[in-house]
Each structure stands twice: as structure tokens, then as C-alpha cells.
Design a binder for this molecule. Structure first.
Ligand SMILES: [Ca+2]
Ligand SMILES: [Ca+2]
Length: 388
């Protein structure tokens, strides 16, 4: 009599299946071994970032995981479902212990195939959905409105743009009559977060998590309209204290306009002690060193902070305000006064002046205008990141 072990389905999910090598009596009555199929097992667990999964093979049998009841596993292949694949490099796969990071949110089917030493295979599949837990701040490239909510006639700034008040000036389509600020004033603007006029901000915490608008402590601000994530300055005397200032410095010739700038104000003015303009938080107070140090720390869960370019920096000013020209409910500790160094709240951008590589563009948060200055000046910096 011939009797086989139960044919195993592709996915072996029950640990209670009794697997035993059985004998097959050949026609001549001699006993030959029937090869038993190997066991494929797969468990995938998302990691904290949502896109990374860890994979082990201990789902079916905590002790054995992948195994062959009557032989050994000689090969394993795991298709991650996103066009990428893992193939075992050792002949005997005793344990699966893999991590894989998906490039984008989505639903993927993992398929694990194992081969035993007699050529039998087993396959198990598992479908899972991954979603980045960090803030999804893909830059939209959209422009913010100006923040200006008042209209004007030939002599007077008017609190509203009512035609009755504006008279003949009502037909000029003034700034406050158009755009996101006007929609916000009319209650017609849907925001993901909150913010003055047409601005739409969300407070972000230390791990990159979204916080309610009422949160008393936050480290970054997501601009829901432009998609940019901004550093929030501190007043704690530490690395990101708002009073620290930096010379413009970037030795990368492909982006520095042909002029690397200065590593420290001390390079320019001997009376300035090295490190003194950033509270001795850095060896040299320059824009690049500051960004590197913030990335080392991983602000709001990210390590790809950079000095904003001119266009990004110009998305911040709220021209309906001044001193500082920014929504202070989201961006406290913003420099704006004209101190002894006549900085007037000037924040560096990463953009060099096309016609003069020795200068770079900056934005004054006294009123929100931009200008350009020599890279040797000690100006403020607010870092930005934009997910690629
Ligand atoms: Ca076997
Ligand atoms: Ca407007």
C-alpha cells in the first residue's frame, strides 16, 4: 500500500500539520523515501517609519521557521512586490532576517519561495500595506499668498476691501481681493492646519509627528500649501537659538556661484572670536556647519535639512505683518530688529547672486523683503527640508 504525507498547500500556515517522512513501497517491494516538500514561512512587521519592514521566517514554527522535514533548504527567494528581490547567497538558509524599505506608500505582495535539496519548492505569500508614518511633505511648488488682508485707496489703508469703502478703487483687483488670503477672509479656504490669513501651517514635534495647533511645544512647522518643512528657532541658548548668526559658506562649486564664502566671521574680522556668533555651539559659525550639526541631531526625525533657496525662503514672509513679517504663532523667536550689526532680521538663502558670487540672497524679516549681501556677513539661518 502506498501512502503519502498530505500534499502541502503553497502556504503552510498551520503549525499543527503533522509532517512525517513516509515510506513508499516500490513495485518491487523495496522501501524508498518520498521527498517531503519544504516549509516556507514568512512574517513581515512594519518598523516605526512605516515604510521599512522586517521579515523573519518564524511565523509557523518559532523554533524552526523555514525548514525541510527530511532534508535541507538550499535556496530561498523573496520577491518584495516592488520589483526588488532577495535571493539567498548561502546554500543553507537557516533563518530569514531581512529588512526592506519601500520607496512609496502602497500595498505590496511579498512572495517567498524555498527549494529543498531534492528540488521540491514551497511558496508563501503575504500582502501588506505600508504607509510612511512621518509627515508627508512632498513639496508642491505652490506659492503662498502675501498675507495682505487690507485694501487701499489713493491716501489710506483700509481694513477691508468692501466696495462701499473703496469706491472707485474697488475695481482695481487689489492683492487682498484675490488669492488664498481673500478666500480665508471669506471663510472659503479649506486648510489642513491653521495659520494667519491664507497661510496653512501644522506644528510638528520632535519625532516628526503632527501636533495640534494648540500645542505649546513644537520643533518644526509644516507649510501645508508649499509642502516645505521649516525649522522653528529656540530661545534656549542651544544649537538652534534664534540669536546665533552665521557666515555664508558652501565649498560645493556646483552650487556656490563660484565663491565658497567664509567659514567663520573670524576669517573676516580678527576681533570676532572664533565660534562666538553661534554661542560656541559650533567650531565655526557658518551656514553649512550649522546644517550639518542639525542633521547630526536629526531635527523632527529628519537628517536632510538644508539652507533654503531664495524662492523657498520668500514663501515665509507675511507681508500683512512686520517686525517680524511672519506668523509668530507658528514661528516664534524670529529675528527682526536692526542690531549693532545692522542685520535687521536678515536670514540667508543658499542662492548666490548670479552676477556676483561673493554675495548671496537673504530675506529681511523686519518687513519681508529680499536683498543680497556679501557672504562674509553674520546673518541668521532657518533651515528647511523638502522630501524628495
Ligand atoms: Ca525534502
Ligand atoms: Ca492676495
Amino acid at each position: 500500500m502506498t501512502h503519502f504525507s498530505p500534499l502541502l498547500p503553497h502556504a503552510i500556515l498551520a503549525s499543527t500539520l503533522l509532517l512525517a517522512a513516509c515510506h513508499d513501497k516500490g513495485d518491487d517491494g523495496s522501501a524508498t523515501l518520498v521527498n517531503e516538500k519544504p516549509i516556507a514561512a514568512l512574517i513581515a512587521t512594519p518598523a516605526a517609519d512605516g515604510l521599512t519592514i522586517t521579515i523573519t521566517d518564524k511565523a509557523v514554527d518559532a523554533a524552526k521557521g523555514i525548514y525541510d522535514p527530511d532534508g535541507r533548504i538550499v535556496k530561498a527567494e523573496l520577491d518584495y512586490g516592488d520589483g526588488q528581490k532577495y535571493t539567498s547567497t548561502t546554500v543553507l538558509v537557516s533563518d530569514l532576517n531581512l529588512t526592506h524599505t519601500y520607496a512609496a506608500d502602497g500595498t505590496y505582495t511579498l512572495t517567498l519561495t524555498v527549494w529543498d535539496d531534492d528540488g521540491a519548492t514551497a511558496t508563501v505569500s503575504k500582502t501588506l500595506t505600508v504607509k510612511a508614518t512621518k509627515v508627508d511633505n512632498v513639496a508642491t511648488g505652490l506659492l503662498n499668498d502675501t498675507g495682505i488682508t487690507f485694501c487701499a485707496n489713493d491716501t489710506t489703508l483700509l481694513a477691508d476691501c468692501a466696495p462701499a469703502t473703496l469706491g472707485l478703487w474697488a475695481t482695481l483687483t487689489q492683492d487682498a481681493q484675490k488669492g488664498r488670503d481673500a478666500l480665508a477672509a471669506q471663510g472659503k479656504l479649506t486648510k489642513a492646519g491653521a495659520g494667519n490669513a491664507g497661510f496653512d501651517y501644522t506644528k510638528i514635534g520632535v519625532y516628526g509627528e503632527k501636533l495640534p495647533a494648540t500645542a505649546a511645544v513644537w520643533n518644526c512647522v509644516l507649510d501645508n500649501h508649499t509642502g516645505l518643512l521649516w525649522e522653528v528657532k529656540t530661545a534656549d541658548g542651544g544649537l538652534r537659538d534664534w540669536r546665533h548668526s552665521y557666515t555664508w559658506y558652501n565649498p560645493d562649486a556646483t552650487v556656490n556661484g563660484g565663491n565658497a564664502g567664509y567659514q567663520d566671521a573670524h576669517d573676516v574680522k580678527a576681533t570676532v572670536a572664533a565660534g562666538s556668533t553661534c554661542g560656541n555651539t559650533l567650531g565655526q559659525c557658518n551656514t553649512l556647519a550649522f546644517a550639518a550639526k542639525v542633521n547630526e541631531a536629526g531635527l523632527c526625525g529628519h537628517k536632510d535639512w538644508q539652507v533654503p533657496d531664495q524662492e523657498q525662503l520668500l514663501s515665509l514672509p507675511d507681508y500683512g505683518r512686520s517686525q517680524p513679517a511672519i506668523d509668530t504663532a507658528y514661528f516664534p523667536n524670529t529675528a527682526y530688529s536692526c542690531d549693532a550689526g545692522w542685520r535687521c532680521g536678515a536670514y540667508w538663502s543658499s542662492s548666490s547672486v548670479a552676477a556676483n558670487g561673493g554675495s548671496a540672497w537673504d530675506v529681511y524679516f523686519t518687513g519681508g523683503g529680499d536683498y543680497f549681501n556679501g557672504k562674509q556677513y553674520d546673518y541668521y539661518v532657518r533651515l528647511v527640508r523638502t522630501r524628495q
